[in-house]
Design a protein around this ligand. Structure first.
Ligand code: PEP
Length: 251
């Protein structure tokens, strides 16, 4: 039985004080909530302050990116140890905005996952097609290529520590959600791909989140799909009430 995971990607929003307010609002309502795993992923600047609010709670901290080298002359980058130092447990890797605006590739996604796993961080790896790719009926081949690139060289034990987020690019921040059936089909493909390339047990236990305009009003029907194990939430996680409702409606 896979425990649902609801993770909030705060993107480039919230100053430190705003982040503290938001996480306090979430903590107030979800402190005793055990039916789903919960994570918040603030901007780098707010990680430490949010961690101070979350220490010894059921809510995990995640970062939105990392750099694979351990240290050195890499101006502007953040290492795994730095993230762990701030209290991070999860790290989002390969978000479509990173791929689109910052030219991340499947190869650099792979390096990031490798570094995260080696340091003990749990990666949330994003894959998903653009609207053009969906309309060209390339969804499955695009997702398959992204998975092959991202998971290249990993063992079954490593794959067990990874969370996958299927995020159709056309549904991110657009208000357009994939239908449960559209999402369910891709999730089933992803689970089958893990089974074929790794193991039955790994396919059974890996969590595959859906991301793309998830709201309190649509999480339930998405979660009814057998292969959807939770959500990576963008816009709707920036308000405590809305994020809390997504979490409570997810089970
Ligand atoms: C995201 O950025 O991962 C995301 C899913 O955003 P939104 O929920 O706003 O579509």
């Amino acid at each position: 039985m896979r425990k649902p995971l609801i993770a909030g990607n705060w993107k480039m929003h919230k100053t430190i004080n705003e982040a503290i307010d938001l996480v306090n609002g979430i903590k107030r309502e979800l402190l005793d909530f055990e039916s789903a795993d919960i994570a918040v992923c603030p901007a780098f600047t707010a990680l430490s302050s949010v961690w101070e609010v979350l220490i010894n709670t059921n809510i995990k901290l995640g970062a939105q990116n990392l750099y694979w080298e351990a240290k050195g002359a890499f101006t502007g980058e953040i290492s795994c140890d730095m993230l762990k130092d701030c209290g991070c447990y999860y790290v989002i890797i390969g978000h479509s905005e990173r791929r689109k605006y910052f030219h991340e590739t499947d190869e650099t996604v792979n390096k990031r996952i490798k570094a995260a796993l080696a340091s003990g961080l749990f990666p949330i790896v994003c894959v998903g097609e653009t609207l053009e790719e969906r309309e060209g009926e390339k969804t499955i081949s695009v997702v398959k290529n992204q998975l092959q690139g991202a998971f290249n060289g990993f063992s079954n034990e490593e794959v067990d520590k990874i969370v996958i987020a299927y995020e159709p690019v056309w549904a991110i921040g657009t208000g357009k959600t994939a239908t449960p059936q559209q999402a369910g089909e891709v999730h089933a493909f992803i689970r089958g791909w893990v089974r074929e390339n790794f193991s039955d047990a790994g396919a059974g236990s890996i969590r595959i989140l859906y991301g793309g305009s998830v709201k309190p009003s649509n999480i339930k029907e998405l979660m009814n799909e057998a292969d959807i194990d939770g959500a990576l939430v963008g816009g709707a996680c920036l308000d405590a009430d809305s994020f809390v409702s997504i979490v409570t409606n997810s089970i």
